[in-house]
Design a protein around this ligand. Structure first.
Ligand code: DP6
Length: 426
């Protein structure tokens, strides 16, 4: 027993999972690039982890000689400034002596998981608590292809912060830490419908994620992710939004005037489960975000011919039905995320299948939650279908709103073995 306890103390391990989120009021632009403070509030829907999730195991041991990180089985740079922004402790030299330029938050008031852990212990080192001087190993993987361009950084940083927080026994201010990894990551710290409040303070202490409604609030709401391409996005969000802040007068107007009004409206539509109003505002906000990209100089293009094809298809579909039954939103990549209600999924999926017929993987075209079959009326076909574009959509992932990060109890699901190294993957 004593030996087992010693072994247990020698290696503390925690595994968490965290969700992807999709914004319906978009975040685009920072007022502080180091602290990751946005120019406007944003609002997102957390997607269910049964379909899309990141799993992260964090382990600490006095036997580890350096902090190490593995992403999808491959060792990665633990000195990455944004990883350090979540992890780092006060005056400690960076693990492995990796210099970052500019230095990460020299201000010890800015929280990282290790700083929160020290603060919580009142500065005194509790013998029973995990030593903050121990080095850590972290392994993280997604249950979806990273190349599919699904918001993996939000789930990734939310998961890193959740696992580290559990490891160190920290509970508060976590969205503030996740925000430093990637702005949108702070919204993945909560389930359901989540607002990232812009905040006013220069130190970012009020730039936090808040839950608008839990995932159980709107049981009929469904999400269809149309995965259209494995290509990497042309301009990353971080660089893209900075150019937008510097050059787009439309973005300034959006942040100052449009978003404050829309945010209040969107919260109301969600509270009232008003799909038409919710969907219309989500589409308008996606379109305005892409308009600010075009207003950026030089302009940024995330929408493709295929995105425009999908947009047109959805407007025709809604026009045919005489009201908004499906709504699209697009981020900094070509995938389309579609919102609809459960009773519309089968028909709309059939419309997508006929518009973008899959050639090879026909049986795997629809993934995730089950989708019933539907027969399309001649009127519907005539109203919405144009020339089919074969193979343009790789697959459709059917999912729904879901909860925030979860602790994984089952030790067989740890990504790190007893030696603290990644387990060989099946
Ligand atoms: C278009 O959160 O990826 O998806 O804070 O620089 O890491 P950084 O940017 P990131 O930007 C996401 C932008 C967006 C809109 C959104 O999710 O709100």
């Amino acid at each position: 027993v004593a030996a087992a306890m010693a072994a247990e103390r020698a290696l503390a391990v925690v595994t968490c999972t965290a969700p992807v989120n999709i914004a319906v009021i978009k975040y685009w632009g920072k007022r502080d690039t180091d602290l990751i403070l946005p120019i406007n509030s944003s609002l997102s829907v957390t997607l269910h982890q049964d379909q899309l999730k990141t799993t992260t195991t964090a382990a600490a041991s006095r036997d580890f000689t350096e902090d190490r990180l593995w992403l999808n089985g491959k060792e990665a740079d633990v000195g990455h400034p944004r990883v350090q922004a979540c992890l780092r402790e006060g005056e400690c030299p960076l693990p492995g002596g990796v210099p970052t330029d500019p230095p990460v938050s020299p201000d010890p008031a800015v929280p990282t998981v290790r700083r929160l852990a020290r603060k919580r212990r009142g500065g005194s080192e509790d013998a029973a608590a995990l030593s903050l001087s121990y080095k850590i190993h972290v392994a993280s993987e997604n249950n979806f292809p990273t190349a599919a361009g699904l918001a993996s950084s939000a789930a990734g940083y939310a998961c890193l912060v959740s696992a580290l927080a559990r490891l160190y026994g920290v509970e508060d201010e976590l969205s503030e830490v996740a925000r430093r990894g990637s702005g949108s990551a702070c919204r993945s710290m909560l389930g359901g419908f989540v607002q990232w409040q812009r905040g006013e303070r220069p130190d970012g202490t009020d730039s936090l994620a808040l839950q608008v409604a839990p995932e159980t609030h709107w049981p009929e709401l469904r999400v269809l992710v149309l995965v259209v391409s494995g290509e990497k996005k042309p301009v990353g969000s971080t660089a893209g939004m900075q150019t937008s802040v510097e050059t787009s007068p439309l973005l300034k107007h959006r942040a100052e005037v449009v978003v404050p009004e829309r945010l209040a409206q969107m919260i109301r539509h969600i509270r009232e489960r008003d799909f038409e109003a919710f969907g219309q505002l989500a589409m308008r906000d996606s379109n305005q975000f892409h308009a600010t990209c075009l207003d950026t100089f030089p302009p940024i293009f995330y929408l493709t011919d295929l995105s425009r094809h999908i947009i047109t298809l959805i407007h025709r579909y809604n026009a045919h039905h005489g009201h908004t039954k499906v709504a699209y939103t697009f981020d900094a990549g070509p995938n389309a995320v579609i919102f609809t209600l459960a009773d519309t999924v089968a028909e709309f999926v059939e419309v997508v299948r006929q518009s973008f017929p899959p050639a090879t993987n026909g049986d795997q075209f629809v993934r995730g939650l089950p989708v019933g079959s539907a027969v399309l009326s001649q009127e519907l076909l005539a109203a919405v279908l144009t020339e089919p574009v074969p193979d343009a959509v790789q697959y459709i992932l059917h999912t729904q709103p879901g909860p925030g990060p979860q602790l994984v109890d089952d030790p067989s699901r740890h990504l790190l073995g007893a030696d603290g190294l990644p387990r060989s993957r099946a």
